[in-house]
Design a protein around this ligand. Structure first.
Ligand code: ADP
Ligand code: MG
Length: 616
């Protein structure tokens, strides 16, 4: 229950809605309670008139009119409450979802290394749906009835204390039996959610890479694994539901026995002349009003269990520690005004001033050590500096830590020891947004988004003009193919750019990095996925991109590496050699070995080269 309260306080800006719902609920309860009183009064009046007394027809009309007014008011108020409930719930949903998203966006890379995308999405959907559905039901149905119950107890107290006593026993008894049930129920629910999240996570992963699944003919096994998860969910539900309903029989059975006592008291006390016939009619109606919510309670408990489980997994994510100095810092609520003043135009680009120290090297690693897991260090004591405008290539065996080094530079992970500075400033001392604004990256996988070519090009600079877009596209050798697409720059490229060839995607990625126009450039195997013709086209674009920029290049072609200013080779996670291509060609290090292997061209040597991700 505490987690549910946390949900409400998390969206405390909705307090006017909460207040409105409480107010209408009270009024709904009052109008509902008026009915039994009027009917009781009418019963006594009718009895009197049958006996020859009473106030005549007019009194009956007034009483029936009072019933009409009470019921009409009740109808209108119930609907106002429903409207407030619906709107509040959707607002709450928007707030919770947006907060979840902004929280995820602020989490470090490491968090995502350990999660399946689909699982993250599944969790969001389930937890938020369950929480909001419960609150909607609660505010639209349960809340007014709960208020009614309290009123019924108080009123019944005026008439007969044994009656109130029996009514009072029902609620703690029912709650106790429910608590007994819910502990086991919740544990089983947790087990179900683990299975559902696993199934959903894998599902999203497979659909996202359906080509691979198809080509390895794994559809059947993937489907079987999926079915296995659901089989276990069904089996758990079987146990869970059987338990729930057995307990429900016990609960309702005891309720039935108590109501037997209640009716007996009402009948007996009326027969003994303690109550009038009108009083009896009133009490029977009040007791019935108290009975409905108890019956509804198992439903309420059921959905509140869901909601509690849901809010728990929601807060599991919300309680993760965000990346220090993340681009999205504090988690805040979205703007939900019905007519936003500013429209949805992207915010003005932020310029991040960098505290440049003119004499410092552009990039400097000092005694950097790092491992993804605490027990396996990948990089040991890495120290090197890159001067302004210099081009440096990183060479190592595959898995030697080149990409890891780039990840560290981008601040995706923090070094375990040592410092990384850009233009003399330690990168841990400024915001990650600032650091990343300094660096343009072209990854091996172009990583585009669904949407148009134009949107993808402008991803790093939303306000770029058409002329700027075209200029970047031309320099990246992309303009010609873009204008040949059916809609030119407005062509939709599909999820992650599936409708483009590898080379086309890569050239858009290069143009995207050009538009970002960052002073530092990182190329991590930017062309290795391409055929040689596409590669030549992309390479020409990359040359343009590298001009006048400090660049770190991880390439898979010796010819690319031979034109850099310096090569840094890594061996066993340490820097092995540093020098110009000409210098390193004459040592017996990795680069010289690669050159020799390329010359020899035997099968065995080619295999050896393949270990370096390098071709001639
Ligand atoms: N996210 C990660 N979590 C754990 N280990 C990783 C992760 N990424 C890479 N590694 C490991 O780090 C080592 C270096 O990888 P990487 O830097 O990608 O090599 P390279 O780019 O030189 O081929 C490899 O042994 C790899 O298994
Ligand atoms: Mg790599």
């Amino acid at each position: 229950m505490r987690t549910l309260l946390r949900v409400l306080t998390a969206a405390r800006e909705l307090w006017p809605w909460y207040a409105g719902i409480i107010a209408t609920s009270v009024l709904v309860a009052v109008t509902a309670l008026a009915t039994p009183f009027v009917i009781a009064r009418a019963t006594d009046e009718v009895v009197a008139q049958v006996g020859g007394g009473g106030g005549g027809l007019l009194t009956l009309v007034v009483l029936a009119g009072a019933l009409l007014v009470a019921e009409l008011l009740n109808t209108v108020l119930t609907n106002i409450g429903g409207f407030l409930g619906d709107t509040m719930t959707m607002r709450l949903r928007a707030i919770l979802s947006s907060r979840y998203y902004s929280k995820l966006l602020s989490l470090p890379q490491r968090y995502f290394d350990n999660q399946l995308t689909g699982t993250v999405i599944n969790k969001l959907n389930r937890s938020i749906t369950e929480v909001t559905q419960f609150l909607q039901m609660f505010s639209n149905n349960f809340f007014p009835t709960l208020i009614t119950v309290v009123a019924v107890l108080v009123i019944a107290g005026f008439y007969s204390w044994p009656l109130t006593l029996l009514l009072l026993i029902i609620y703690p008894l029912f709650t106790w039996l429910t608590a007994l049930t819910s502990k086991r129920w919740q544990k089983l629910e947790g087990e179900k959610n683990v299975e559902l999240d696993a199934a959903g996570g894998r599902f999203a992963e497979v659909i996202g890479q359906i080509k691979v699944t198809k080509s390895f003919v794994r559809e059947r096994t993937e489907l079987d694994t999926f079915d296995d998860h659901y089989r276990r969910v069904v089996a758990t539900t079987h146990t869970q539901s059987a338990w729930w309903h057995r307990m429900d029989v016990a609960r309702r059975g005891s309720l039935n026995v108590i109501f037997f006592g209640i009716y007996l008291i009402i009948f007996a006390q009326t027969a003994s002349g303690q109550f009038s016939l009108g009083d009896m009619v009133l009490l029977i109606q009040l007791v019935a009003m108290a009975r409905t919510p108890v019956m509804m309670m198992s439903f309420l408990v059921d959905s509140s269990q869901h909601a509690i489980a849901g809010s728990r997994s929601y807060f599991e994510v919300m309680d993760e520690t965000p990346e220090p100095l993340a681009a999205i810092g504090e988690v805040r609520s979205p703007d939900l005004t019905l007519t936003p003043a500013a429209g949805t135009a992207p915010a003005e680009p932020v310029t991040y001033d960098w505290p440049i120290q003119p004499d410092a090297p552009t990039i400097a690693f000092e005694h950097v050590s790092f491992g993804y897991d605490s027990d396996a260090e990948i990089l040991h004591d890495i120290t090197f500096a890159v001067a302004r405008g210099e081009r440096v290539a990183l060479v190592s065996e595959s898995g030697g830590g080149k990409t890891t080094l780039v990840n560290l530079l981008l601040g995706l992970y923090r070094p375990d020891a040592g410092t990384i500075s850009i233009a003399g400033t330690d990168t841990t001392e400024v915001s990650l947004a600032k650091v990343r604004a300094q660096i343009g990256v072209v990854f091996q996988d172009a990583s585009l988004f669904s949407g148009t070519v134009r949107e993808n090009l402008a991803y790093g600079r939303p306000h770029a003009t058409d002329a700027e877009l075209e200029q970047a596209a031309r320099r990246a050798n992309a303009h010609e193919f873009i204008v040949r697409l059916s809609e030119g720059y407005d062509t939709l490229i599909g999820e992650r750019g599936v409708r483009l060839s590898g080379g086309q995607k890569q050239r858009i990625a290069v143009a995207r990095a050009m538009l970002k126009d960052a002073p530092l450039l990182v190329l991590d195997e930017a062309t290795s996925a391409l055929d040689s013709r596409s590669e030549r086209l992309v390479q020409a674009g990359l040359e343009e991109l590298m001009a006048d920029r400090t660049s770190i290049i991880i390439a898979h072609r010796l010819s690319t590496i031979s034109t850099v200013d310096r090569i840094i080779t890594l061996r066993d996670g340490r820097i092995d050699e540093v020098g110009s291509p000409a210098e390193l060609a004459t040592t017996d290090g990795i680069y010289a070995e690669l050159l020799a292997l390329q010359e020899s061209g035997t099968k065995r040597d080619k295999r050896r080269m393949a270990a370096f991700d390098i071709t001639g």
